[in-house]
Design a protein around this ligand. Structure first.
Ligand SMILES: NC(=O)c1ccc[n+]([C@@H]2O[C@H](COP(=O)([O-])OP(=O)(O)OC[C@H]3O[C@@H](n4cnc5c(N)ncnc54)[C@H](O)[C@@H]3O)[C@@H](O)[C@H]2O)c1
Length: 469
């Protein structure tokens, strides 16, 4: 099939590369000239496993890049809109990028096409897209608007796309649904998985991929409701973690006890410094706003957001209680990306914590395996960068773990201890066992678990740890 994907960011680029791997002819469109030039030159603008392989497999053959939206639409049977939907100041989704694409493509809708919302958008957006295209003169029989929300996670985006838990397709008639069924047929029939050159199947995936066909509005709601639910799960366990800290319980044990209930499940019960990234914060806000507009006061979501913000403040209080004053202190930071496996720092809780530390006069040296370049572009002064976790720790009063990169969970603890001025680790991602840290000579603070100290002395009593020679 001939397919156009408009917007070649985290979602569009992965979707385009994966559609090409499924055997479709794909034109990836973007209005960012420098991004297009980089893609055409063989560069891979984002850090994502398997993406370089897919791009080099299909670039210039089944996958081409273009700045000409109308031409791409004219040549395609399905057009996936994957442009950004950032939050407005009022917390609603800014749909101006989606609208401008809808307006611009009208002239190219000359024979039957399906315009697909891949971007995360509020319910009713498909109706607006239809209205805009009609207002600009398209024949009502020449197109349908469908919703095909994307559930990929950055860091595992390619495998999430090719081995999804489910594919949700929202269409209001069979003609339109059949086009999308055809697009995803290699995944839903399982033929893709039989290929010897298919991307390897990750654990926990079910093949062939299930497809759920709903009305367009239901599909739009499924995406917002899914993200809001997941954010709620994170805030819920963070609130439980705070209770654990108050009463001296261990949140890991509590999570195990909760998560083994098959109705709840163990995933997404990871206490930490709160959710971030380009999706959850904006999608929870947008869902809250759209609920209000629909006449439902979804106050549960306010609380989800409040707990999330509070979680960062609690972490900063932990840093202060470990180090006392922050002005002039040297702190090493492990992790800047909003989660492990990506270079994306949008709404990263790690960045927000680093900014707060810098504001309090702390000297911060950070290391992240993939996100330092993006951080450098965004933060003009104050933050220093290291070439490794150990370098970030060198001479520091404490090391803070802010992103759950796998390599941060496997550090050489003796070496880390030697590099630090004081052996203090404040772990916002619970990557280590407190007892193991104490046995390796660290005073160790984490989330929802009692602080640990090498001598077994309660950490609160150890604020004045003697300076190492
Ligand atoms: N990032 C994720 O993990 C993720 C997951 C699921 C859904 N989503 C949703 O997908 C959408 C895109 O997210 P993203 O992270 O890929 O955003 P992004 O900012 O990385 O990419 C958007 C791209 O669209 C391009 N663009 C903007 N206006 C354009 C236009 N008029 N014509 C052509 N190109 C245009 C931009 O240049 C950019 O390259 C959002 O709605 C987001 O909520 C994101």
């Amino acid at each position: 099939m001939r397919v156009a994907v408009v917007g070649s960011g985290y979602v569009g680029l992965v979707a385009g590369a994966c559609f090409a791997d499924l055997g479709h002819d794909v034109i990836l469109v973007d209005n960012d000239e420098s991004k297009l030039a980089a893609l055409k030159n063989g560069q891979v603008p984002i850090h994502e496993n398997y993406l370089p392989e897919l791009l080099s497999r299909h670039r210039g053959q089944r996958l081409t890049f273009s700045g000409d939206l109308r031409e791409a639409v004219g040549a395609s049977a399905a057009i996936f809109i994957a442009v950004g939907t950032p939050p407005t100041e009022r917390g609603e989704a800014d749909l101006s990028y989606v609208e401008s694409v809808a307006r611009e493509i009208t002239g190219a809708v000359d024979h039957y096409k399906v315009i697909v919302e891949k971007s995360t958008v509020p319910v009713y957006t498909s109706e607006w897209i239809r209205k805009i295209i009609l207002r600009n003169g398209a024949d009502p029989d020449s197109f349908d608007v469908a919703s095909n929300p994307e559930f990929l996670r950055e860091g595992t985006a390619v495998t999430d796309f090719l081995f999804p838990d489910r594919i949700v397709v929202g269409c209001d008639n069979d003609r339109c649904a059949n086009v999308l069924r055809q697009v995803y047929a290699p995944l839903t029939s399982g033929s893709y998985y039989e290929r010897t050159d298919a991307i390897p199947q990750p654990d926990r995936s079910t093949i062939p991929a299930p497809i759920i066909v709903t009305s367009t509005k239901s599909a739009e709601l499924i995406k917002h409701a899914s993200n809001a639910f997941l954010a709620m799960k994170i805030s819920f366990i963070n609130a439980v973690a705070s209770m654990c800290e108050s009463v001296g319980a261990n949140v890991n044990q509590v999570c195990h006890g909760i998560g083994t209930d098959s109705r709840i499940g163990p995933r997404f019960l990871n206490p930490g410094i709160g959710y971030g990234g380009s999706c959850f914060p904006k999608d929870v806000m947008a869902f809250r706003a759209v609920a209000r507009e629909c006449g439902y006061d979804f106050r549960l979501l306010d609380e989800v957001m409040r707990i999330n913000e509070d979680q960062r403040d609690r972490f900063l209080r932990k840093v202060r209680s470990a180090l006392w004053t922050l002005r002039g202190k040297h702190v090493g930071v492990l992790g800047l990306a909003f989660k492990g496996g990506t270079d994306d720092i949008r709404e990263s809780p790690a960045i927000l914590i680093v900014q707060a530390l810098l504001q309090e006069g702390c000297n911060v040296t950070a290391f992240d395996p993939a996100a330092m370049e993006r951080t450098q572009e965004m933060m003009t002064s104050g933050l220093k960068f290291a070439n490794s976790a150990y370098e970030a720790a060198t001479g520091a009063d404490a090391i803070l773990i802010l992103t759950e990169w796998e390599e941060f969970a496997n550090l050489d603890l003796q070496r880390l201890n030697q590099e630090l001025k004081y052996p203090i680790v404040i772990d916002g991602r619970n990557l280590y066992d407190p007892e193991v840290m104490a046995a390796n000579g660290f005073t160790y603070y984490s989330v929802g678990r009692a602080a640990a100290h090498p001598d077994g002395v309660p950490a609160a009593a150890m604020k004045n740890t003697a300076k190492k020679a």
